[in-house]
Design a protein around this ligand. Structure first.
Ligand code: ATP
Length: 238
């Protein structure tokens, strides 16, 4: 099962008008892996994730999830198949409570285990449990990030895509978020993590890809990339 490819991206190209944001990118995520996609601001990471989830149309190349092209399939269908993204900026329902937000995450499901899964999310994020009846809009950025991740888990993802979960958070909250990303992976969820925080993202990753100006310029095991002098010079300020 370890070699079962969940996501396969080949020759992915995306343009915004005349701007070529992604210029032919190949990568894959296998079942059980945590894969990190790192790179500077504007490298094309978010655009890649949007293309993978069908939110951005492709100029070229192909994206396959569970062996099937995502072309022409709506977000609903992809979520139902297990491809679930937590977008940059979180996008929680601010006028709903935490519990209601988590219930919304399960809207595609018709089984009887939704309440049990809410309890599992609360076990992962005790802070959310304490505030279960609070409106999401009144929570801190870090708490909203936790909620967005909890809501995504309620869809029972096969592949969880996280777009810059640590962005804009305090150092303590950054620690907490990476801890939880690791826990989620340890619990068996396959994760594709997009991050500017290269050291933290590569520490957790089985494998990583480095993006620069719309291209994948390096790839390898997380630890190997982390100790690579070029990566250290470009992304870790050394
Ligand atoms: P960040 O960390 O800032 O999100 P990123 O690596 O995710 O960076 P993208 O957001 O994918 O990079 O941006 C890649 C390139 O595409 C950039 O040059 C950006 O200015 C451009 N771009 C992104 N979104 C749009 C858009 N909606 N319209 C036009 N250009 C865009």
């Amino acid at each position: 099962m370890a070699d079962n490819i969940l996501l396969q991206v080949q020759g992915l190209a995306v343009a915004y008008g005349g701007i070529q944001a992604v210029k032919g990118v190949d990568f894959e995520v296998r079942e059980g892996e945590l894969v990190s996609l790192i790179g500077a601001n504007g490298a094309g990471k978010t655009t890649t994730l949007k293309a993978v989830t069908g939110l951005q149309s492709l100029q070229g190349g192909e994206v396959k999830f569970l062996g099937q092209s995502i072309k022409g399939r709506g977000a609903w269908d992809l979520v139902k198949q297990g491809l679930v993204m937590v977008p940059e900026g979180r996008g929680t329902f601010t006028r709903m409570t935490i519990t209601e937000n988590l219930q919304m995450g399960a809207h595609i499901r018709r089984d009887k285990e939704i309440q049990a899964d809410i309890e599992k999310v609360f076990a992962l994020f005790p802070r959310l449990k304490e505030r279960r009846n609070q409106l999401a809009g009144t929570m801190s950025g870090g708490e909203q990030q936790m909620l967005a991740m909890g809501r995504a888990l309620m869809a029972r993802p096969k592949l969880l895509l996280l777009d810059e979960p640590s962005m804009g958070l305090s150092p303590i909250m950054v620690d907490k978020i990476f801890e939880v990303v690791n826990d989620i992976h340890q619990q068996g969820v396959t994760v594709l993590l997009v991050e500017q925080n290269a050291s933290r993202a590569l520490e957790l990753a089985n494998r990583g890809y480095v993006m620069e100006s719309g291209l994948v310029t390096m790839q390898g095991e997380g630890r190997t990339l982390l100790s690579d002098p070029k990566v250290r010079a470009a992304y870790l300020g050394e």
